[in-house]
Design a protein around this ligand. Sequence first.
Ligand code: A2P
Ligand code: 11C
Length: 341
Amino acid sequence: MTYKVAVVGATGVVGREMLNILHERKFPVSEVVALASRRSVGRDVMFGDKHIKVKALDEYDFRGTDIALFSAGGATSKEWAPRAAAQGAIVIDNSSFWRMDPDVPLVVPEVNPDALAGYTKKGIIANPNCSTAQLVVALKPLHDRAKITRAVVATYQSVSGAGNEGVTELERQTKQILVNDPVVREKFTKQIAFNVIPHIDVFMDDGYTKEEWKMTAETRKILDPKIKLTATCVRVPVFIGHSEAVHLEFENPISAEEAREILSTAPGVQVLDRREDAGYITPLECAGDYNTFVSRIREDFTVENGLAMWIVSDNLRKGAALNAVQIAEALAARHLKKQAA
Ligand code: A2P
Ligand code: 11C
């Protein structure tokens, strides 16, 4: 069986990766449609070695489209995901808009594949935030073994998490500084080149940012509502790859050695953990990879059953486009075939 797939936000950093990954993983497409705003109509995007002309989302009729992958921001998903679903497409949405809706499953296929079945309620499946996706992939097998009670996370998030404009801003400011031109700031709240910014998404009443709140709420929805999680989310001048320093407390004892063994066979995880220069991952090395890498696994001696580790993944891939395509693959394997039968 083959599927007609639309990518909404096809000119964006995630949309382009969605097209790349659909092609790389040979998702069985009958047709691929690239959609974006009217500004992009007529532009080309690549699907493998084919050029596809971008069409306007607001002129597109989703009837006959089987799967729509959305990554065009929350406002676009709010308005268009229900319309696409009403016209018969199953929506896999990368924005934050639908994630906490009780009638929308929030899915990471390695972690909670069974939740996928809930898609029939609204016809929408949500993809988590990039920093949550890589976190839960690594936490799930450890939680199954020793039950995580509390997590403390500090993130180091790349500028591509903020889309095309984030990437352009780091490039532009870096050049401006190197040639002594005035630094122009448009996208981020402070200069990002040669700096770090502890502020992603808006501030909330309790002093956390929405990015930090999302990590707590999404981890609970995907993995376990009982986990207590506190995060500090920080933007760093890296183009691709989100990194996380993670401290975990468990109900039951678990050693660093056990954690290393468990993670080394966990789906979607690659352990790189030797005490030498080449023995740990950095974001530069994970860009373009599917895996979530775990390094620096060690016991946290400040609590009874504690572990510390360093988790890095390509935010555009596992954090967004890859997870969305994996959801499409799971849908095709488990649900759509059955409907067709
Ligand atoms: P466009 O390039 O036409 O503005 P990024 O996350 O890299 O910033 O990309 C955002 C993506 O979402 C782009 O493909 C962008 O298209 C698309 N987009 C933004 N607003 C809309 C809209 N109102 N309708 C359709 N696509 C949109
Ligand atoms: C960032 N994680 O790095 C954000 C991008 O909720 O989908 C994705 C925001 C979201 O800026």
